[in-house]
Design a protein around this ligand. Structure first.
Ligand SMILES: O=C(O)CCC(=O)C(=O)O
Length: 837
């Protein structure tokens, strides 16, 4: 590993001269110093994963470099066999940051441990930044300055070897016409086509979805619910291309030119449009990941949304296009801010893609087109001519984004250099993911592991129509084309469930002792249950009834109910759409739990409907008996408001119900839940709008309600703010902000330790019951539940106020429990007939 010994700039250059600079060599621009380093990989280039270069924090002048290598294919294979969404290639991000104290140790490293990453660091003191000269763009035959000559030598060697020729005269480049590009001169930055003008594609996508979540849950290479790029741990693997609202984008079948997202905000002048309001930087995760992908030659899977700017009609909301690779990256100025841009080229140019417009003939690629390159005299970096005029596109150079006359490009409209768009190169990098997802092979999965695993309840790729389907139904998948897949799950005992089948799970075993509470419980015994009463606010209680193995083993007790819940026929637990979104909306997202409601409707479940109690399966009715007992035994339940609703929620590995409250006007004040199966962590916290001061220092926004809960940290200061706000009803936002920022304690309020933390956490075990009593709990607090194993049911009962229900539906809440024995908390619950005999 001679790379490790290259500690000086001279050594580095000598090494460069000595070694063949092959295609696999990597180069990185240390543009801050106006130089370009080209370095051979001091190891088998195929093993290179990523390289990071940054000025050393020690003096800002040393170069601090870390490279990550390893047996890439072994690592990727390993990553692929691991469970979704664990698509972790080597951990570039964390390994890329080596502290200075580690450098000497690193130098002693030798060889690459099999299947592991290796980090190389090189320190080099750089010359001071050269003085700025006027910019000049020219083809790279011009006499370079000293630093540039090193670069030129190296570049020449690279050209001699395997890279395609880097420079041709601009006029030659322009003569050629690309296969898919009709422009013979400069190519206009993308002309948007109305979707009605677009031709239909010649084929159909292999993989597609209507909702983004379906895609993310199904394919292992795209797990990005919000951002367009998917770059787990700094390794870019796929990108969703959609509408690009910034200037100078381009999209056709073989080439896509777009920008790193981020740094944009709503355009105050044009509704629905976004504008740049912040610069990208080299430290941005996407910028780093894209650079890494370019260096390592890794293919990127592009996914097109229905709004994507390809000149062809996209048949679905989301469709997987093909593998592309990043041929160029550069910087531009948009709206005065630095923006990172890149050019993708399709990897398999000689194969017709499914999204070729049906009214166009497929033509073989023309590899003879290459793009002219200019050399910036200021920074010494050779760069392709991206636009009709050559510009230095190194954002750290003083000549950046300046015309040959030294003036900023400003509002000048730029068109792409046709050669830059039309050039084609042979892709020789790696494709780490197949586009076609694995189909389920139940025989290959150990039934227990699969049935309740994260994989088991996520996406299903329909091999009939190519649709990605989330698992919406407890019993399996149904594709819109009619294809179904049913899971045959084994029946588990409760003690078999405290294991998560999510390999990526962060779950750490919890004991009741490790679950802390800021509210002190008063404990008591009711029957055989130990009962913890948490006084949350005045007359507001959260009550935890701890079950025991003895209680669980009772006839019709939790063990039996858990078994029956798994075997119950006719139950229809479904994942529902979160929020009020149309089912097929691209953004519609399903919950991470499955639910079915019995008895009366209330708002939360209205969309999904309810099943009358008269059709409820036996375990639901037995559970209701226990919940009624718990409500009355703890003296919380108002007998004039009996439970007339029961929600069954099913959780598998990694299942959860996020923070929410049950504070609907249609509900009575007492809510009672029975837990069956694996443990769950139930967390309570005060809602931000009541817990925080009126001014939220983080978002710099005013929270909607000015009310401070008693007992919260900095209560006095928070109350002072509320008082001031009330006494200055006409104060403007600026005045309020100025006033609050000057108050003592305000800084402390922004301290995340004092903000919005869980106040109570309960570890719920099999058979436990929880009662929430009091409307203020729902008004001022919210709760969340995380399953801590692979299978759990929660059966929660409420009272729905009858005047809030459609009279025609009232019958649904009628509960006839005469066939089910009453539960008294201490005795076995025997079926009625057995008791009588
Ligand atoms: O899973 C649980 O224990 C409780 C579920 C819940 O919070 C609810 O139904 O509102």
């Amino acid at each position: 590993m001679d790379g490790i010994t290259l500690r000086t700039w001279e050594g580095l250059v000598a090494h460069a001269a000595q070694h063949g600079w092959t295609k696999g060599a990597f180069y990185t621009k240390i543009s801050e110093y106006g130089m370009q380093y080209l370095m051979p990989a001091p190891f088998n280039s195929e093993e290179l994963v990523s390289v990071n270069l940054s000025p050393s924090p020690r003096n800002g002048q040393d170069v601090y470099m870390s490279a990550i290598t390893g047996n890439v294919s072994a690592i990727w294979n390993h990553a692929q066999v691991s469970s979704r969404p664990c698509i972790s290639p080597p951990d570039c991000a964390s390994h890329g940051q080596v502290s200075l104290s580690q450098e000497e140790d690193m130098e002693n490293a030798s060889g690459i441990p099999e299947g592991q990453v290796l980090i190389t660091t090189i320190l080099k003191t750089l010359p001071h930044r050269p003085k700025v000269n006027p910019v000049s763009a020219k083809v790279s035959t011009s006499a370079p300055d000293t630093s540039a000559s090193i670069v030129k030598d190296i570049a020449a060697k690279m050209k001699e070897s395997t890279l395609p020729p880097a420079t041709i005269a601009p006029q030659n480049a322009r003569k050629r016409k690309a296969a898919d590009n009709d422009a013979s001169g400069p190519v206009s930055a993308f002309k948007r086509q109305m979707s009605t003008d677009k031709a239909k594609p010649c084929g159909r996508p292999l993989v597609w979805s209507n909702r983004r979540q379906e895609l993310c849950e199904t394919v292992s290479y795209y797990n990005s619910y919000e951002a367009s790029w998917c770059h787990p741990k700094g390794n870019a693997i796929s990108m969703l291309i959609s509408e690009d609202q910034s200037p100078r984008s381009y999209a056709e079948i073989d080439v896509v030119i777009t920008r790193a997202t981020g740094g944009m905000t709503e355009d105050p002048k044009r509704k629905g449009f976004r504008i740049q309001n912040k610069s990208h930087t080299d430290a941005d995760l996407t910028v780093r990941a894209v650079k890494n992908a370019k260096l390592s030659g890794q293919a990127i899977i592009l996914i097109g949304s229905s709004k994507c700017e390809m000149p062809v009609l996209m048949p679905h909301n989301f469709q997987v296009l093909e593998h592309y690779w990043i041929t160029d990256t550069w910087w531009e100025k948009i709206n005065g801010f630095n923006v990172f841009k890149y050019r993708f080229e399709r990897c398999d140019l000689s194969i017709q893609p499914w999204y070729m417009p049906s009214n166009k003939d497929f033509r073989a690629p023309d590899f003879s087109v290459t793009c002219n390159v200019g050399l910036c005299k200021k920074c010494g970096i050779e760069q392709p001519q991206v636009y009709q005029v050559w510009l230095c596109l190194n954002h750290l150079c003083d000549a950046f984004w300046k015309l040959p006359n030294g003036k900023d490009v400003g509002k000048m409209s730029l068109e792409f250099n046709s050669a830059f768009v039309s050039k084609r190169s042979h892709f020789t990098g790696m494709k780490n993911f197949d586009i076609q997802p694995e189909t389920f092979q139940p025989a290959n999965h150990q039934a227990l592991q699969f049935a309740f695993s994260r994989d088991g309840w996520l996406g299903f790729w329909c091999n009939q129509c190519g649709k990605c389907c989330s698992r919406e139904d407890w019993v399996g998948w149904t594709c819109t084309c009619g294809n179904t897949y049913r899971i045959s799950a084994p029946v588990l005992r409760a003690e078999e469930t405290d294991v998560s089948f999510n390999e990526n799970s962060q779950l750490i075993p919890l004991s009741p002792k490790s679950v802390t509470s800021k509210i002190t419980a008063q404990s008591d015994m009711i029957g055989k249950y130990k009962v913890d009463y948490y006084p949350v606010m005045e007359n507001q209680w959260i009550i935890h009834l701890h079950s025991t193995p003895e209680i669980n083993a009772q006839t019709n007790g939790p063990d039996q109910l858990f078994k029956e819940m798994q075997e119950a026929r006719g139950m229809r637990l479904l994942r529902r759409i979160n929020g009020k979104v149309a089912t097929n909306a691209p953004t519609a997202a399903l919950t991470r739990h499955f639910a079915e409601n019995y008895g009366l409707h209330y708002n939360y479940i209205v969309a999904q409907g309810s099943t009358p109690f008269s059709s409820a399966p036996a375990p639901v009715c037995h559970a209701l008996q226990r919940l009624i007992w718990a409500g009355t035994a703890t003296e919380m339940m108002d007998i004039s408001k009996p439970f007339n609703e029961l929600l069954v929620v099913g959780y598998m590995s990694d299942g959860r119900m996020g923070y929410h409250d049950d504070g609907e006007v249609s509900l009575g004040p007492t809510i009672s839940t029975l837990s069956l199966g694996c443990q769950a962590l139930m967390k309570f916290r005060y809602k931000k709008k009541y817990y925080s001061p009126p001014l939220d220092m983080k978002s710099n926004k005013f929270v909607s309600e000015s009310f401070v809960l008693s007992g919260v940290p900095l209560e006095q200061e928070r109350n002072d703010q509320v008082k001031w706000e009330k006494s200055h009803p006409n104060a403007t936002l600026v005045e309020k902000r100025t006033h609050f920022k000057g108050l003592p304690g305000v800084k402390k309020q922004a301290d995340s330790k004092l903000m919005h933390r869980d106040s109570l956490q309960l570890l719920l075990s099999h058979g436990d019951m929880v009662i929430m009593h009091g409307a203020d709990i729902q008004k001022y607090m919210e709760h969340q539940v995380e399953a801590r194993g692979c299978l759990r049911f929660a059966l929660t009962s409420r009272h729905v106020l009858s005047h809030m229900v459609n009279p025609a539906d009232l019958y649904m809440g009628d509960v006839d429990l005469s066939a089910y024995p009453e539960y008294d908390g201490s005795k076995d619950c025997m079926p009625v007939e057995e008791k009588d005999s």
